[in-house]
Ligand binder design. Structure first.
Ligand code: PLP
Length: 392
């Protein structure tokens, strides 16, 4: 179409505005009145730490996730490491997790002095593979940290069965998956849930934030103490803790946003369906699949491409005005920080293949259908170009 009109093509190219991988301003504009009045109320009230909004948010998140207790914290990373601390996991212990995640997952294990042990992921779901988990269990294993990557629940039925059989704890990395479900149960209710409210997450604050969810009242109390310098009462300290509070302004913002979360998740799911419809007939794109009994919340919509084409396709998409991202280019067992663990290239073939093949496309509630169509068509075109070059 366009190549027939070189002069017009030029003008059209100039008009292309970048479709970003994520855009937070339009969401704020949408809920500005509610957010502004919630923030103003906190400012007028003058209570900035441990105020009523933090307490209310904890109850609302507990109810949303379907557990008895929620403890607000400064970040998702703190939720992970304080969960392990509160369970008494430390030096000499092993914790099994996925090598295909953000560094915070293994960082939390390292912070408490335990050793991360990796198990490979499943090729289709990008989440940890239960038989691989079972294969690396030793007498030192204390816990498993499944990561609900991209917004899809890990195989919790199988993982809970393994945990019960070997008496292991489950700490769920729910940072990307608030609202995700498996068999009508929400993530964060299968084990101890660790959520992040980093601005880019599906429920994002305007700063850092996190939450731990559990049905165990003792664990919740221990984390409450750890987050406040290791004491239940101010100025009385039983153990070394940390300072990890969620502040009142962020809690007020999150309470407003929580009321819109399910609508925003449905918009993400709408765009995921739209993408998948367009990729259905295209052999060059492997679209993400939603497993049976799942509610995928599409924190990311991540396709797989031929490994030798991925970076070129990403560059060409950028030329077409489409920003994409690679989550994550280096699996955790190949990170320099984890070199002392002694893993080598080839140890986790599925995680390594995923790191070379994945590409995440723009998906956020405020994306328009027209923008999504442009992304999908640009991707199909970029892939076809390479196929044509090979054929000639
Ligand atoms: C964002 C993220 C975290 C860390 O959350 P923070 O709130 O940034 O500390 C942990 N794990 C995964 C998989 C994440 O995406």
């Amino acid at each position: 179409m366009r190549p027939h009109f070189p002069h017009r093509r030029k003008r059209r190219t100039q008009r292309i505005v970048l479709i970003p991988i994520l855009e937070l301003r339009s969401q704020y504009q949408q809920v500005k009145t509610e957010i502004d009045s919630a923030v103003s109320a906190v400012l007028a009230d003058g209570q900035f730490i441990n105020g009523p909004n933090v307490c209310e948010l904890e109850q609302e998140i507990a109810q949303y996730v379907g557990v008895a207790h929620a403890v607000a914290l400064n970040s998702g990373t703190d939720a992970l490491h304080l969960a392990l601390r509160a369970m008494g996991i430390g030096p000499g212990d092993e914790v099994i997790t996925s090598p295909f995640s953000f560094i915070a997952t293994t960082e939390a294990i390292g912070i408490v002095g335990a050793k991360p042990i990796f198990a490979d992921i499943d090729r289709d779901s990008f989440t940890i593979d239960p038989p691989s988990v079972e294969a690396v269990i030793t007498p030192r294993t204390r816990a498993i940290i499944p990561v609900h990557l991209y917004g899809a629940a890990a195989p919790m039925r199988e993982l809970n069965a393994i945990a019960n059989r070997y008496r292991l704890a489950i700490v769920e990395d729910c940072a990307q998956a608030i609202g995700a479900e498996l068999d009508r149960k929400r993530v964060g209710s299968f084990g101890v849930g660790c959520f992040s409210f980093f601005p880019s997450k599906n429920l994002g604050a305007y700063g850092d934030g996190g939450m731990l969810t559990t049905d165990d009242p003792q664990l919740a109390a221990r984390v409450r103490s750890l987050r406040a310098h290791g004491g239940r009462r101010k100025y009385y300290h039983e153990e070394l803790g940390v300072n990890s509070r969620l502040d009142e302004i962020q809690a007020a913002i999150l309470r407003v946003k929580l009321r819109h979360l399910d609508r925003w998740i449905e918009m993400r799911r709408h765009h995921a369906r739209g993408y998948s419809r367009q990729f259905e007939s295209d052999a060059g794109v492997r679209a993400p699949r939603e497993g049976t009994g799942m509610r995928h919340v599409f924190h990311q919509y991540t396709v797989r491409l031929q490994e030798q084409e991925r970076d070129r396709v990403q560059r060409e998409l950028l030329d077409a005005g489409v920003q994409t991202a690679v989550y994550y280019p280096v699996p955790l067992h190949r990170q320099i920080v984890h070199a002392p663990l002694g893993y080598a290239e080839g140890d986790f073939p599925q995680a390594e293949a995923a790191a070379r093949e994945v590409l995440s496309l723009p998906i956020f509630p405020e994306l328009s259908d027209a923008q999504r169509d442009h992304v999908a068509r640009s991707l199909i075109r970029a892939i076809a170009r390479q196929a044509a070059a090979c054929a000639s």
